[in-house]
Design a protein around this ligand. Structure first.
Ligand SMILES: [Zn+2]
Length: 493
């Protein structure tokens, strides 16, 4: 029996309906795709300028401490949390290196710059010996100006891994040689020693070359003090303000070494000097002191360096107001020190009493009265030992020094012995155990405790504000950070 007219009509209607449905689905899916595209194209996802503000050794605990102390002690908002995190977006990032659970600065910066994991100590070189391109090399290839700033030596692990390659973070001369090839438009920090030959005072270069002269010949303005830096008008700027690391903010002589905010301000002036003609820039500005303070367990120094870091964020935010096509990213590489401002019972654990574990305004005021870093104390005390002070004279000196520079802090008896025995060894490195012994006394007497003198594996905050900032959300890995920057720079392999 053939198909009746009615059945045919039904079948046609059905087919028609089905086609309509499919057509409607098609429209819907096109509309959906378009709405996604519209979402993506509506957002200016490729900023002209990118400013990466990088606090070494800093994550959530430190940022909260910065916010709290800045509000209570200097009555100022903390831009990292109160502006960038609150009004922008932020991600947490895991950060373990290829060969360990806890990272160093070299491996962390390698992951964030190249998108690949490295072993601790390696500068943008993977465990299998590859040298994937760094974010600054990519930015330069895309026609952008580039700048590197740090309060450490400019050849230190983080700025190095964001721009060049080395088997070891200790290959200082090799890293500086690569800077002389890459020629970042701005280069600022400490570490003049590896730009000068050994024959010159403070110089450490084995090859006898003067790299400052090479930069001058390439048209760079070379400055080494804060005055000339503020006056600087140039398209290329090399500022080296110390032979080795620059000073912690609490010890800094403001007429000699610039603050991080002053360096960022000078860099932004230099990098934007071509105005609308330029293709923009990528600036990496690091506060390394926040990590060093963590290694020394120095709470007061950390507080002042967090404020100094935040002042640099404020300079970047001002620049962004005038240049809205600028993305600002606030991040770090790992947590340092297992920092722990506490609210717990007194005398828990340590026998050496006098522990006040409930951190509040009174304890903040106490550390705010300190006038020096604990490292400064270690260095001054070491000089007295070298001068041949007797045990009694040394103890008198320590009591007097603490009264003047660390009011309200006295060395506990047990720590006094440790201190004397450390001082008698006469060794004062950048990370002096003497500094940590004083830090321990301060922790016991203020409640700002520390879990370690090394790094921890706390996830890292990456906060962003401006065009492209929506990429920095959720829980990510530090290798994702590089891929997002590559995307924002319009680069693909
Ligand atoms: Zn460190």
């Amino acid at each position: 029996m053939g198909m009746g007219m009615l059945q045919i009509a039904r079948a046609v209607t059905y087919l028609f309906k089905a086609r309509c449905f499919a057509f409607a689905l098609g429209i819907l899916s096109i509309a959906y795709t378009q709405s996604i595209l519209a979402q993506n194209t509506a957002l200016p996802t490729k900023p002209k300028n990118i400013i990466i503000l990088f606090a070494d050794g800093v994550t959530g605990t430190q940022l909260e401490f910065g916010r709290n102390s800045s509000q209570l002690l200097r009555q100022q908002p903390f831009a990292a949390t109160d502006t960038v995190m609150k009004h922008g977006s932020f991600a947490l990032m895991s950060n373990q290196p290829a060969d360990a659970y806890t990272t160093d600065s070299a491996a962390a910066a390698t992951a964030m710059s190249t998108g690949y994991k490295a072993n601790n100590g390696a500068i943008a070189i993977t465990p299998d010996g590859q040298s994937p391109p760094t974010i600054m090399a990519i930015a330069k290839a895309q026609g952008k100006k580039i700048g590197l700033i740090t309060t450490a030596t400019i050849y230190d692990a983080s700025p190095a891994a964001f721009s060049v390659h080395a088997q070891s973070r200790r290959d200082s001369e090799h890293i500086v040689n690569q800077y002389a090839e890459l020629l970042p438009d701005v280069l600022m920090g400490g570490g003049a020693d590896y730009f000068l030959p050994k024959s010159e005072s403070g110089g450490k270069r084995q090859d006898g070359k003067n790299i400052l002269d090479r930069f001058k010949a390439k048209g760079y303005l070379v400055v080494n003090e804060v005055g000339p830096l503020i006056q600087a008008h140039s398209e290329k700027l090399l500022g080296l303000f110390s032979m080795e690391d620059m000073d912690a903010e609490i010890d800094r002589a403001a007429t000699v070494q610039p603050s991080l905010a002053q360096m960022v301000s000078a860099a932004l002036k230099t990098l934007s000097s071509q105005g609308k003609k330029s293709k923009g820039f990528v600036l990496f500005a690091e506060d390394e002191n926040t990590d060093t303070d963590g290694h020394r367990n120095d709470t007061a120094a950390l507080m002042h360096d967090l404020w100094a870091f935040d002042d640099a964020i404020k300079v970047a935010l001002e620049f962004q107001k005038a240049n809205p096509d600028t993305l600002i990213i606030v991040t770090g590489d790992h947590e340092t020190g297992g920092f722990s401002p506490t609210n717990g019972p007194k005398n828990s654990g340590l026998e050496n009493g006098n522990r006040s574990n409930s951190v509040a305004l009174a304890q903040l005021k106490k550390i705010n009265a300190f006038k020096a870093s604990t490292q400064q104390f270690a260095e001054v005390a070491a000089v007295k030992v070298r001068e041949g002070y007797s045990q009694k004279k040394l103890e008198e000196f320590i009591v007097q020094y603490l009264q003047n520079e660390f009011p309200g802090i006295a060395l506990d008896d047990g720590l006094k012995e440790q201190l004397t025995s450390q001082l008698s060894k006469g060794v004062v490195s950048n990370y002096s155990p003497v500094a940590n012994i004083l830090s321990q006394a301060i922790a016991r007497q203020t409640g700002f405790h520390w879990g370690t003198t090394g790094h921890t594996n706390e996830p890292i905050v990456a906060a962003a504000i401006g065009p492209g900032s929506q990429l920095f959300r959720g829980y990510q890995d530090n290798t994702d950070f590089a891929r997002k920057l590559q995307q924002l720079l319009g680069w693909s392999k």
